[in-house]
Design a protein around this ligand. Structure first.
Ligand code: DP6
Length: 351
């Protein structure tokens, strides 16, 4: 007997075979640092971020029935080693879910300046999840897409959404933990808040330790990890209230202390992981100086020495000038709230 499906929600959506998606990086104001499950990429704590309007990643995925294996390029250059392994492992997951064994051609274009300290894995895996999900016909909604992107890189779960996003860690010990861990967009009075991020690239070189490795080492060896995780959950509650009232000073204060706390967990790891450099501290001094001068400016740093300064859009040029004045060699980029991941229309050159 035929079973009726709601219009537009086919039981087994047809694989498009060829799809292109674009996604933007996000910066966490409440950080994700530490996994409770490495395979499923389940974090210990909730995190909260702002998706940016700069440096999109565009990824095209085409099924390649005749090919012997996946072909993966980044800006036209074939990927090798660990970066290729991560993309292929992600495609395996998509293929398993789709029940399709076909290899794919994956072409990614990144506009993030090399080493800008803007998580390219977040925009990268959000774009890959959206393109591969469509190419292999997974028929995911935004929540499903966020769960899938999470498996590529945790922070990618948040880049599925534009503006502010909250990534739920999910309940430890829950029967289907994968289902409970996804991001969702947060309704925030963005116009009243007028948030901007001034990105100060003080060192564009590759990082010595990957964030994946560093967070594992921190969870395993740092006596400060558990206290930070507990305080981070408290920070999140305060942050949500601050966002609701569009209180940029409170948002900035909480974001700055959360990031410094995360770096403290790493400094206390054995041996220590230290991403912050002398130039980072110079920018932090400049941020303090701005605050003393009455400008709302607050710093956050990820797995690298570069600093993202949260301020009002109206103050962004002034903040950028202060940062340039402090570290003359720093490249400075201005960003505002950006959109979530989306599929692009039919590929003009597809046939
Ligand atoms: C410091 O998402 O890159 O930027 O899940 O291992 O791929 P994996 O880690 P990743 O870690 C990002 C950590 C961070 C903080 C954050 O974005 O929340």
């Amino acid at each position: 007997m035929a079973v009726e499906q709601p219009v537009g929600v086919p039981d087994h959506p047809a694989a498009a075979g060829d799809a292109t998606a674009v996604a933007h990086p996000n910066i966490a104001l409440i950080k994700y640092w530490g996994k409770r499950d490495e395979r499923l990429v389940l974090p210990w704590t909730d995190s909260l971020s702002l998706t940016l309007d700069v440096f999109p990643t565009t990824t095209r995925v085409r099924l390649a029935p005749g090919a012997g294996r996946d072909a993966v390029t980044l800006d036209g250059v074939p990927l090798a080693g660990e970066p290729r392994r991560r993309v292929v492992a992600f495609l395996e997951l998509v293929r398993e879910r789709a029940g399709l064994a076909l290899p794919a051609v994956v072409e990614t274009r990144n506009t993030v300046p090399t080493g800008a300290g803007l998580a390219s894995s977040a925009s990268g895996f959000a774009a890959l999840a959206a393109a591969a999900g469509a190419a292999y016909g997974l028929g995911l909604d935004a929540t499903g897409l966020s769960r899938l992107a999470r498996r590529g890189s945790g922070s990618a779960a948040r880049s599925v959404f534009g503006g502010f996003a909250l990534w739920h860690a999910g309940q430890p010990g829950h029967a289907d933990a994968d289902l409970g861990s996804y991001a969702e967009p947060l309704p925030v009075p963005v116009r009243a808040l007028d948030p901007a991020l001034v990105v100060a690239v003080v060192d564009a070189g590759p990082k010595a330790v990957s964030s994946r490795e560093a967070m594992r080492h921190t969870v395993d060896t740092s006596p400060l990890y558990r206290p930070w995780a507990a305080s981070s959950q408290a920070d999140l509650i305060e942050m949500r209230h601050a966002l609701d009232r569009a209180d940029l000073d409170a948002v900035g204060e909480i974001a700055e202390r959360n990031a410094l706390g995360m770096h403290a967990t790493m400094l206390a790891a054995r041996p220590a992981v230290r991403y912050l450099s002398a130039a980072t501290l110079t920018v932090l001094d400049a941020v303090l100086e701005l605050r003393r001068g009455g400008v709302a400016a607050y710093a956050t740093m990820d797995a690298g020495p570069n600093v993202k300064v949260l301020c009002r859009g109206a103050d962004a040029q002034r903040v950028a000038a202060a940062v340039r004045g402090a570290v003359g060699t720093a490249a400075v980029h201005l960003a505002g709230p950006g959109p979530g991941a989306r599929l692009l229309g039919a590929n003009p050159d597809a046939n």
